[in-house]
Design a protein around this ligand. Sequence first.
Ligand SMILES: Cc1cc2nc3c(=O)[nH]c(=O)nc-3n(C[C@H](O)[C@H](O)[C@H](O)COP(=O)(O)OP(=O)(O)OC[C@H]3O[C@@H](n4cnc5c(N)ncnc54)[C@H](O)[C@@H]3O)c2cc1C
Length: 288
Amino acid sequence: MADIVIIGSGPAGVSASLYAARSGLEVIVISKGIGNLAKAEAIENYYGIASPVSGGELYDSGVAGAKRLGVQFVQEEVVGLTFEERLVVLTTGNRYAADAVIIATGSERTVPKIQGIKEFEGRGVSYCATCDAFFFRNKDVAVLGNGDYALHEIDELTQVVSRVTLLTNGEPPYEKVDDGITCIDKKVTSLFGEQRLEGVAFEDGSTLAVSGLFVALGVAGSTALAKKIGALTDGSKIVVDENMATNIPGLYSAGDCTGGLLQINKAVYEGAKAATEATKFIKQKKAK
Ligand SMILES: Cc1cc2nc3c(=O)[nH]c(=O)nc-3n(C[C@H](O)[C@H](O)[C@H](O)COP(=O)(O)OP(=O)(O)OC[C@H]3O[C@@H](n4cnc5c(N)ncnc54)[C@H](O)[C@@H]3O)c2cc1C
């Protein structure tokens, strides 16, 4: 059982894991693998690098260093975050309870290039079923996506709304989409409605009437995870104080997902700070 769970194994998450492990905590890092570093071909503005290194090389040596200190790495997709006496991180197959959690999931959600999607944000388009399902009770909605995260959002919505349709946006349905799920695999071209969303249009000219569209492409984005437990967000950023603490006791955030300078230096500092503060929080909790 972990004292602290860190979501994300980029510079922020791994830096946090080093500080937490060295202060004697049991640390689990859960991630889908390399994040933004995968796209960085040559890094030369980070301390201690004599000649440029690729993001992949930096990632591998960061993870190896943390493993040497006893950090446990788990490769899974996180789909939810909740509180049940302790904080609980939900992945596609497991639940991880901990006294503190650090969200270090990098920058942001995948917004599809579909006409009208931005315009209807907050007026029918949502990025979080846990947060917004209630507003669509007894209504017809759709989930845009085609993976584990989309299926998780469908599960949450089914308990509240009248009917959910999965829109794969032109992709063949993912293997776990079973017969119990109504699925349309046509490409979505636009959203329509007067004041609020009224439906989606497909490339063949057909339409589907829905009051809500839940975007769940790829994996759960940082702010979507934060909102699931009621942590404050500001646009695409998780809101933290100077100690990297969110408004939820025991929940911290670090790196690109808190906004500001989207650079390794800043992610590494914030990871260190979040873990230091989370360690104090855990030790105080255990002393009570
Ligand atoms: C093309 C490019 C070049 C860059 N070059 C530089 C550079 O030269 N110098 C520099 O300082 N910075 C550079 N950056 C920026 C740098 O990569 C980021 O600032 C840094 O990676 C942020 O670290 P992070 O830990 O916050 O997030 P990330 O490195 O993005 O890590 C996010 C982690 O979260 C995980 N994750 C996300 N969602 C989930 C989920 N639902 N479930 C499980 N795991 C999840 C990912 O798998 C990943 O492990 C570059 C970025 C890009 C795109």
